[in-house]
Design a protein around this ligand. Structure first.
Ligand code: ADP
Ligand code: MG
Length: 755
């Protein structure tokens, strides 16, 4: 019976969207109140308690506040979105529908209910832009808003977090949480307890970036031997000494290569697994990572390029070994290597909030993930004006070369009409190739690559002008509106008459959501517009995720028109999405085990930091010593020292435990091949290791306490914390973890299985 119930729920829930009718009724009532509210001096009624938020009067009031403060009267659909978000849903609203305002009205609602709101952005630029843009609205409602960005000082952060609404990039929020976790003085804490997270570009943050770990590292000794390793592999040649697999994700030494390396190092590689790792890293850096595509070198440092986003990822680095190998390859001094003090995935960061809501142009396609990982539901809000964009069917070509020719012709023809053209590429390398080819034809495209966010926003804002030709990687999460005519009303009419913005995708993404985000750039707010994607049988999507040779043949003019081709593309996308979901699920299973332990240790740590738990523990563990010190140094001093000692060992042991778990997790996949369930295996060892860690904290604390000299600085007596800490995001290992590779191989088998 329960099964049937579940089945019915599934069917009724399809397509997984929240019923809007109750919200629409409230919004309709709000319309009737508009005139009366317009006449009010003081907008909020005097008896507006928490229950008032979400009523028709509330809607009428925030609408009027937006009109007065920003000169924009929120549309009914925007108010509908606000109500859905106040209920803790993720709203799907297309690009250009005014989600910034929807988010602000929602945040104001939560704040009026008495909850502090963190408005989560994708980058610093947008956090600041939105906080400043929406500032007058909050003001008028008697609320305060602030923002946090990379350069903010601890004082500025504390001040921003004290506001009713704080805008911040997801990474900054996470870094603040991480830094607070190693705080030894309550006065240094920055972040308030989490209450409401309001997430912009929710699918990107909650699903695509969910697995990205934010890391707090502390200075440690740099590695050695890397420059020699880099010099050694520089002398090796592809094909002879090593080979690269077809996906460009793996590199293998040939027997000849192994021989050469062993001779050069004078050792037998089999007996030195550590050296094998170093050779491998050096070889990966040398053969698989390309300068100016995967990374750039600027100011003597390696900066990663986030290929799918097409921008320099300032805060990111690869896992330490690989980062150092690339630095050695470029003959740069090794940047500081650090020990990971603690880390936190974006998913864990957001799940700390008891209330989560969000907004994005594409949520429905990830409704299952949002429910599975965050228990969130999606509300699909209709557009304010119907969308009249013309989405042409994909144009499919047998080869990459044929596609490229067609692409250039298409761009040239469209551009010649004066219609603004936006070309979306799959990665930075492609943008650059395309730029060169277009210049070869005498065109002058504007390429959005690795520029800073503010500059980018200015360029995007002009992408709708007459004759604009813009090439960009990944439009999702860029947050800037493309208005026809760039905001000039006269030109707007002219550009509209030409057909509006035309979007050309140079290939379908691994996820149809990203396709939709790109398309959605055209046809905003009922504007005319068009879109088309070009696909070739040699695109990565098809070679990786579709059966080989399954593409029907082309017509004599070189275009594949057989209807099965489109189905094939859709199938490949589904396989790719399935693989990515499985990777996400799997990471989450491990993270969850770790999260439980982390929550527990943090609770203990808090009791030590804010209370007397440290002193209590040591008083019981070493009663004689405690009394003795109390008599000589005084109660206050002993209690402070006890706190410092226990906090130090908690942090130290946790760091070591994390290192142990990460090794355990990497190693466990090898056992998976031995048919043991890797997660069970992981838990079997992680749980006792955690208990052992608790004992170790106690043992070390006692030991330090017994011999500590309280008249001297404890840091000099072995309690030395890292001299410097810094934060970064780990970019997914570009070659995937061992487990990711296993899954990709499974995808490969699925794909072959369908042949
Ligand atoms: P989204 O994030 O949904 O893509 P934005 O929040 O960037 O959209 O808003 C797009 C544009 O629409 C902005 O220029 C904004 O000023 C405008 N806008 C939003 N709401 C309204 C409204 N109710 N009336 C008029 N213009 C609006
Ligand atoms: Mg936006």
């Amino acid at each position: 019976m329960a099964r049937v119930g579940r089945w019915i729920r599934r069917v009724l829930d399809r397509p997984g969207s929240v019923d809007l009718a109750p919200y629409q009724r409230v919004v309709a009532e709000a319309a009737a109140l508009e005139d009366e509210v317009r006449g009010r001096d003081d907008l909020r009624p005097p008896d507006a308690g928490p229950a008032w938020v979400g009523t028709a009067d509330f809607c009428a009031v925030v609408r009027e506040a937006a009109r007065r403060a920003l000169g924009q009267r929120p549309f009914d659909v925007q108010l509908t979105g606000v109500l859905a978000m106040l209920d803790g849903h993720v709203v799907q609203m297309a690009t250009g529908e005014g989600k910034t305002l929807v988010g602000a009205m929602t945040a104001a609602g939560y704040a009026l209910r008495g909850s502090r709101v963190h408005a989560v952005s994708v980058n610093d630029y947008l956090a600041r832009r939105d906080a400043e843009w929406m500032g007058p609205l909050y003001d008028l409602l008697g609320l305060t808003a602030g923002w946090v960005a990379e350069g903010s000082t601890a004082g500025e952060r504390r001040e921003a977090y004290a506001k009713d609404v704080t805008y911040a990039a997801v990474s900054e929020l996470g870094f603040d949480v991480l830094r607070d976790r190693v705080c030894v003085d309550p006065a240094d804490l920055v972040t308030p307890p989490p209450r409401v997270a309001l997430v912009d570009e929710a699918d990107s943050v909650l699903v695509d970036e969910a697995r990205v770990p934010l890391v707090l590292a502390g200075a440690a000794d740099p590695g050695t031997a890397l420059p020699e390793m880099a010099a050694l592999v520089r002398r090796l040649s592809r094909g002879y000494h090593y080979t690269i697999d077809e996906e460009g994700r793996n590199v293998f030494l040939t027997p000849k290569g192994t021989d050469t390396v062993e001779k050069a190092l004078g050792i037998d590689l089999y007996e030195h697994p550590g050296v094998v790792t170093q050779v491998n890293l050096a070889l990966h850096a040398q053969a698989l990572l390309t300068r100016d595509v995967d990374y750039i070198v600027r100011d003597g440092r390696v900066h990663l390029v986030n290929a799918s986003r097409g921008r320099v990822a300032m805060l990111q680095r690869w896992p330490d070994g690989l980062q150092a190998a690339v630095e050695a390859k470029e003959r740069l001094p090794a940047s500081e290597t650090g020990e990971i003090l603690d880390s936190l995935t974006i998913q864990s960061l957001i799940r700390r909030y008891p209330r989560i809501c969000g907004m994005t142009g594409t949520a429905l396609a990830v409704a299952d993930q949002l429910r599975e990982f965050y228990d969130l539901r999606v509300a699909v809000i209709p557009p304010n004006r119907p969308c009249v964009r013309v989405d042409e069917p994909d144009r499919i070509y047998p080869t990459a070369e044929a596609k490229e020719q067609a692409l250039l012709d298409e761009i040239e023809t469209r551009h010649a009409t004066g219609r603004p053209v936006l070309v979306g590429t799959l990665d930075v390398a492609e943008s650059e190739r395309l730029d060169e080819a277009l210049r070869g034809r005498g065109l002058r495209p504007v390429v959005l690559n690795a520029k800073n966010d503010a500059e980018e926003a200015a360029i995007i804002a002009r992408a709708g002008e007459r004759g604009a030709l813009t090439v960009s990687t990944q439009m999702a999460g860029r947050g800037t509106d493309i208005r026809l005519g760039g905001g000039d009303p006269e030109q707007e009419a002219e550009v509209a008459a030409l057909g509006g913005l035309y979007v050309i995708g140079t290939g379908r993404h691994e996820s149809s959501r990203l396709d939709d985000q790109l398309r959605g750039r055209a046809g905003r707010q009922g504007d005319p517009g068009g879109s088309v994607f070009l696909v070739s049988g040699e695109d990565h999507l098809l070679t990786a995720y579709a059966p080989d040779d399954a593409l029907p043949p082309a017509d004599p003019d070189g275009v594949v028109r057989d209807g099965r081709a489109g189905l094939l593309v859709a199938h490949a996308q589904r396989v790719a999405e399935g693989v990515n979901l499985e990777i996400h699920r799997n990471t989450w299973r491990y993270t969850r085990a770790l999260e439980k332990q982390r929550a527990e240790i943090l609770e203990r740590r808090d009791r030590v930091l804010h209370g007397d738990a440290g002193a209590e523990a040591l008083r019981i563990a070493c009663p004689g010593r405690y009394r003795e010190l109390e008599e000589t140094a005084g109660e206050e001093t002993v209690s402070r020292a006890a706190r410092q000692i226990v906090l130090f060992h908690i942090d130290r042991c946790w760091t070591e435990h994390l290192g142990f778990l990460s090794d355990l997790r990497e190693g466990i996949h090898l056992r998976a091949l031995g048919r043991l369930n890797p997660l069970d295996e992981f838990n079997r060892e992680a749980v006792p290791a955690y208990r052992a860690m608790l004992d170790e904290i106690e043992r070390r604390s006692k030991e330090t306490f017994e011999k500590a000299d309280l008249s001297r600085d404890l840091a000099e007596q072995g309690l030395k914390r890292p001299t410097a800490t810094w934060t970064y995001l780990v970019q997914d290992n570009p070659f995937g973890s061992e487990w990711d590779r296993v899954l990709k191989r499974v995808a490969g088998m699925l794909k072959r299985g369908r042949r």
